[in-house]
Design a protein around this ligand. Structure first.
Ligand SMILES: [Zn+2]
Length: 214
């Protein structure tokens, strides 16, 4: 799987959804998620979802296309809840681990507004556990929130996870679903080896998959 890809829809990607999907098919993925930024899609959310639902249908023989959305918690959007999110397969919330981000408990209240699966993008949950004095994995298990392994190379928590056996065991024992995302903004800079290795690792460790692709 690769559940984190940006496209021209949010002005943060260089490729169309079709280019991202065909690239994923070419590299043998079973599931590809388009997960553009809410803050640049804004009031075109319905148009975005409809377009990706059309792609899902168009490519269904070759790959499972998932309709995602990435929503920043630093700061949380004010007008987001006024639009219908029907058709979304999942939402990735990002930047929850940033210092000025939405408070964890406010986030949990927001999370409960959504029926679709919800994950945390590139989030250092171990740092959050320390900051709030809680067990983030237990909270995520209870609230049905999956965790993303982001292979973009921009986040230290990922390398930390690769090298820290205690953290890997804690995630494995928690039962929290784990997704893999390349955070691709342009396919010419695609880090194929990293995402293949991350997929292999979660398979070898038998980590639970996020609900959205089970
Ligand atoms: Zn992203």
């Amino acid at each position: 799987m690769d559940l984190h890809n940006h496209t021209v829809f949010s002005y943060d990607g260089s490729n169309t959804p079709e280019e991202i999907i065909e690239h994923a098919i070419l590299h043998g993925f079973d599931a590809v998620g388009i997960c553009d930024h809410e803050f640049t899609i804004k009031d075109r959310l319905g148009e975005y979802i409809d377009y990706l639902l059309h792609c899902k249908e168009k490519y269904k023989k070759d790959i499972k296309v998932l309709v995602g959305l990435e929503v920043s918690m630093d700061p949380a959007p004010e007008d987001f809840m006024t639009q219908s999110t029907e058709g979304l397969d999942y939402i990735l919330f990002e930047r929850l681990d940033k210092f000025n981000a939405t408070d964890l408990y406010d986030f949990l209240a927001l999370r409960r507004e959504f029926d679709c699966p919800v994950g945390l993008a590139h989030c250092d949950i171990f740092a959050m556990s320390e900051r709030y004095g809680v067990d983030m994995l237990e909270i995520m298990r209870r609230e049905n929130i999956f965790w993303e392994l982001n292979t973009s190379g921009n986040y230290n928590y990922y390398y930390d996870f690769l090298t820290n056996e205690n953290k890997r065991n804690a995630v494995k024992c928690s039962g929290v679903g784990v997704s893999v995302g390349s955070d691709t903004h342009a396919i010419f800079e695609y880090r194929k080896k990293q995402i293949i290795n991350a997929n292999k690792m979660i398979r070898d460790m038998a980590l639970p998959l996020p609900f959205v692709i089970r």
